[in-house]
Design a binder for this molecule. Structure first.
Ligand SMILES: C[S@@+](CC[C@H](N)C(=O)[O-])C[C@H]1O[C@@H](n2cnc3c(N)ncnc32)[C@H](O)[C@@H]1O
Length: 182
């Protein structure tokens, strides 16, 4: 598993907070399947998708169904417990096309190599927002999509946080997500 940076980041949650959050997500995902959110994004077979701040991996199964065997999902998180959860999911489900990355910013991916970046429920967490957005801009293909949702922020705040640095422009306001392009 690639590790892009040593994990002494003060932004990392305690193990207990992380476990409480994961439990909350299990309940959330049971009532509101993540596939409904992904319908807005237009992920296709063969796509390379980066799930930035993947947490316990609620989007992993629906994304792998959409990308098929020819696509790749990169699931990245700063938290070792998130990384462990996704690795467990990979082993249990025998997922051959999911790669886990432990990092707080750098992805280790090539320039313009990703079709879709998911930035879900993490924008409010990001202590290094500008660095992360710059990294996402670097790895996203010129026609790629950055899809964002964050239930801690209203739509206006999401749009201004993503576009204020001048790297991304709003392309679509969906019911649950906003899509941005370079
Ligand atoms: C609220 S969770 C969202 C998880 C997932 N995206 C979802 O919606 O189910 C936010 C995740 O972002 C991770 N995170 C916070 N700051 C990060 C950073 N700088 N780089 C990578 N991951 C980060 C946290 O460890 C946590 O797992």
């Amino acid at each position: 598993m690639p590790t892009q940076k040593a994990k002494n980041n003060p932004g990392i949650q305690s193990r207990l907070d992380y476990k409480i959050m994961s439990l909350g997500f299990k309940i959330r995902d049971a009532f509101k399947p993540r596939s409904r959110i992904l319908e807005e994004v237009g992920i296709k077979k063969g796509h390379k998708v980066l799930d930035y701040g993947c947490g316990p991996g609620g989007y992993v199964i629906p994304v792998t169904k959409s990308i098929g065997d020819s696509g790749v999902l990169y699931a990245l998180d700063i938290h070792p417990l998130a990384v462990e959860s996704v690795q467990t999911l990979i082993s249990k489900k025998g997922l051959a096309n999911v790669e886990v990355i432990c990092s707080d910013c750098e992805t280790g991916l090539a320039d313009e190599s990703v079709d879709v970046v998911l930035l879900y429920d993490i924008l409010h967490h990001l202590e290094n927002r500008d660095e992360v957005l710059s990294e996402l801009h670097r790895v996203l293909k010129s026609e790629g999509v950055l899809s964002v949702t964050d239930h801690h922020l209203n739509e206006e705040n999401i749009i201004s946080e993503i576009t204020s640095g001048g790297l991304f422009n709003l392309s679509v306001k969906g019911k649950m997500t906003c899509s941005f392009v370079k």
